[in-house]
Design a protein around this ligand. Structure first.
Ligand SMILES: [Cu+2]
Length: 291
């Protein structure tokens, strides 16, 4: 199989919150592990004093870094293993070798379908010399965005993205419509998302409240997932915005998991909350319209 190499520079806006940048979109979904969102607000310190904002300095740093995405099959087949390699280099083509660990991983990686219906949050292995690899599968024919979220030491968090087209006849795209109700039932949990206020360009709090879907009893035995009560990934409908949000209280165990985020503009966004209970990660998706 011939290989195809994509080379991209960051073209999306980068939002940085608590040292983490967010720009472009990431989605991951595989093996039933739905997306995690780590966004512009993650409080590794358990604090919540993070502001998501784009700074020129962050953009400049991101421009110094190049990510090259290589697939084991340039046009992957759905439901077959595809190995993705991401090579991180500086602008002179030298491999970047030092990466900060954020939430237990050197790279967070999202695979998301164009219609945002498929989301997979996975973690490539670091092979050294700037190379990360991960083997995954795409669920159907169509276009997918790959989002790599990482922190080259000293350069701050950044996101690099690439689009991939899988072979075959493409199923009808689903419209991305805001949910009428922000309550979802996933894996026996009834999860309700609320905001303190919902407005673009302003820091806001998201709260995921979890009950047992049958007994309606609060779920209070959430386990840490990647070192926190949960992870939230937010993407906008058009792509181009990726927020990886971290919780306000890392050590919470439910029934509430609170996060802070700033939506950079109004529009339709999809939110994936990822949590863990009984050793199993579950992902809860919501589509909202930010006024
Ligand atoms: Cu991750």
């Amino acid at each position: 199989m011939k290989k195809m190499i994509f080379s991209i520079l960051l073209t999306t806006a980068v939002l940085t919150a608590c040292g983490k940048s967010v720009g472009s979109m990431d989605q991951t979904m595989k093996g039933g592990t739905p997306g995690a969102t780590e966004s512009a607000n993650h409080s590794d310190k358990g604090g919540m004093d993070h502001k998501a904002m784009v700074t020129e300095a962050d953009k400049t740093k991101a421009e110094l870094v190049k990510a090259t995405f290589t697939l084991s099959n340039a046009k992957p087949l759905p439901n077959q293993d595809t190995t993705i390699t991401v090579h991180i280099q500086d602008k002179d083509g030298m491999s970047i070798d030092k990466f900060d660990v954020q939430h237990e991983k050197k790279m967070h990686f999202i695979v998301v379908s164009k219609d945002l219906s498929f989301f997979n949050h996975i973690h490539p292995d670091y092979k050294g010399k700037g190379e990360f690899t991960v083997t995954t599968q795409f669920p159907n024919a169509g276009e997918f965005e790959l989002i790599a979220d990482f922190v080259p030491s000293g350069l701050g968090a950044m996101t690099k993205t690439e689009w991939v087209t899988t072979q075959g006849s493409v199923p009808e795209q689903k419209a991305i419509l805001p949910d009428a109700s922000l309550t979802q039932i996933v894996d026996g949990k009834e999860v309700t998302l609320t905001f303190d206020h919902l407005m673009a360009g302003m820091e806001l709090n998201l709260n995921f409240n979890m009950k047992d879907a049958q007994t309606k009893q609060p779920v209070a035995d959430l386990q840490p997932y990647l070192g926190a009560v949960g992870h939230v990934v937010i993407l906008n409908q058009e792509g181009g915005e990726y927020l990886h949000v971290h919780p306000l209280e890392e050590k919470a165990s439910g029934p509430d998991a609170k996060f802070m985020a700033t939506f950079p503009h109004s529009g339709v966004f999809k939110i994936w909350g990822q949590f863990q209970q009984n050793g199993k990660v579950f992902t809860v998706p919501f589509v909202i319209n930010v006024p």
